[in-house]
Design a protein around this ligand. Structure first.
Ligand code: ADP
Length: 497
């Protein structure tokens, strides 16, 4: 089977969030499993700066139709040799006008205004490269709105093209909240017939919806946890697409994301000052010391260290977090926050860090090494996401023995085993320890409920033996891709039915 993974970001080449982890890791995992897999990603400025020297430019430029004009697509490859898992090929799609920018999707002003053109160009380039190089894939696996037009192109512009004769499409929705909505006139750039612009097609209340294009056209749709696959069929979580998704529910599957156990491994993480494992946690204490000292946190010895890492957006619960901070700080904790995102949230957290010097550290920005240290050096990981398709932060935290407190939704509900209220009391009274519990989930989306759950976590934290057991449960959880890779391969086979 020949698979193409198509993503607007993928580790290690580019990353703004979980999509990059998933696409990059799946690419490696498929190749490790012996599945011939190719990855298509844009060649962003940061990618070119970091990897440019190791990339090979391929042949001539390809003209990509963009409405009435054409734009040049240059193709680079990074075909790694040697290690068995690196047999696949990565195609980088380059056009400086579109991708030679500081950021992937937008800057402080907001999304780039030509994101429609940028990702129409990306989708069309992928398909033109397949045609030019005669790449015949069994499955084009598209990810999120940036690639949503591809399944529709196969049913329209490329219908009957021999290169795609046996090609089926899979669309994975990583976050339904981002749909790629653009003004109707963008239709011209897509090259699609105006007949597709209707409510049964890609129109969405007068606008063009790239994700909807994928939902109505892909052979199979997946999303990144079983719970989220059910939630998005409901009006309250469907972002206006629940009706369209319900129509396709027979072809919609939840496949849980994993994390790369080699990249996220406290026993061999180059970013950590000390290694540790579930059988010897002493290194975790050293990581905590290092984190405290780097962030100049000054709580008394053995103060619980709470942590948040993630995009600063409403979805991630920054509003709830900020609204709970004063009460949280009264609990006598230290708090580490690392995040990049909406400027209003950034300013608010900066103000809070000023209000609680030496107790609340906030670093605005994207910082991979610091994230690793914080996952390792913290005690409790907060993830109050309003909704969460899967979430990687909580899985990484558990792997590093940092106990999550999260909202009971989507992938958080699917990956965290939480004790019931009565059980927490029994833990706190040391009547018995956690058998399989790995974290805490709060079920009312309110500051009270969130703070209550943190209080419970702190109560368990005070019982070192019980806490140690919970850490052990969390660290032993298998968050590898093994099972999900198998599920994807089964689904790929299903597309041929
Ligand atoms: P998202 O919805 O943003 O994709 P996930 O939890 O699925 O959320 O994945 C987020 C990924 O990005 C995790 O690997 C997390 O560690 C990483 N991450 C998020 N924000 C930052 C940041 N500011 N610095 C470093 N890593 C970050």
């Amino acid at each position: 089977m020949k698979i193409a993974l198509i993503s607007s970001e993928a580790v290690p080449f580019s990353k703004t969030g979980g999509l990059a982890d998933v696409a990059g890791t799946l690419y490696r995992e498929f190749n490790r499993a012996g599945v011939d897999t190719t990855l298509f990603v844009p060649l962003y400025k940061e990618t070119a700066e970091k990897y440019g020297k190791s990339l090979a430019r391929m042949g001539t430029e390809i003209d990509i139709p963009m409405g009435r004009i054409t734009k040049k697509c240059r193709v680079f490859t990074a075909a790694k040799k040697g290690r068995s898992e690196d047999h696949g090929t990565v195609y980088f799609i380059s056009n400086d006008e579109y991708f030679g920018r500081e950021e992937l999707y937008g800057d402080a002003e907001g999304d780039y205004p030509d994101n429609d053109a940028r990702f129409i160009f990306f989708c069309r380039s992928v398909l033109e490269i397949c045609r030019k190089l005669d790449l015949r894939f069994d499955v084009l696996h598209c990810n999120d709105w940036q690639t949503g037009l591809i399944p529709l192109y196969l049913l329209t512009i490329h219908w009957g093209d021999p290169v795609f004769k046996d090609t089926r499409t899979v669309l994975t929705i990583h976050n339904l909240g981002y749909q790629g909505l653009f003004p109707a006139p963008s239709l011209e750039i897509t090259g699609l017939d105006s007949g597709v612009f209707n409510p049964e097609g890609i129109e969405f209340y007068g606008q063009l919806n790239f994700l909807k294009a994928g939902i109505i056209s892909a052979d199979i749709i997946t999303t990144v946890s079983s719970a989220y696959a059910k939630e998005i069929l409901l009006p309250e979580n469907g972002f206006g697409l629940d009706g369209v998704l319900r129509k396709r529910s027979g072809s919609l599957f939840g496949v849980l994301n994993g994390i790369d156990p080699r990249e996220w491994d406290p026993a061999q993480d180059a970013f950590l000052p000390a290694a540790y494992s579930v059988s010897d946690l002493s290194g975790k204490q050293k990581c905590k010391k290092e984190l405290i000292s780097r962030c100049a946190l000054k709580g008394p010895k053995d103060t619980p260290l709470l942590c948040f890492i993630g995009r600063l957006s409403t979805q991630k619960g920054i509003g709830l977090l900020a609204g709970s901070l004063d009460d949280l700080m009264k609990m006598g904790v230290d708090f580490f926050i690392l995040g990049k995102g909406e400027s209003g949230f950034q300013k608010m957290l900066t103000d809070y860090a000023r209000k609680y010097p030496g107790r609340l550290y906030f670093r605005a920005g994207f910082d991979e090494p610091l994230a690793h240290l914080a996952y390792a050096g913290s005690d409790i990981f907060l993830m109050p996401s309003r909704y969460e398709p899967c979430g990687l932060g909580q899985m990484i935290a558990m792997r590093y023995g940092t106990v999550p407190v999260a909202y009971n939704t989507g992938g958080l509900a699917d990956t965290i085993t939480a004790p019931g209220d009565q059980t927490v009391r029994l833990f706190c009274e040391k009547i018995y320890g956690p058998a399989k519990e790995t974290g805490f989930l709060f079920s009312q989306y309110s500051s009270e409920s969130f703070l209550d759950e943190i209080r419970k976590a702190l109560c368990v934290y005070d019982n070192k033996e019980v806490w140690r057991k919970m850490i052990g449960n969390a660290m032993r959880r298998d968050f590898s891709w093994k099972k999900s890779v198998e599920t994807y391969l089964e689904l790929y086979s299903k597309t041929a039915d």
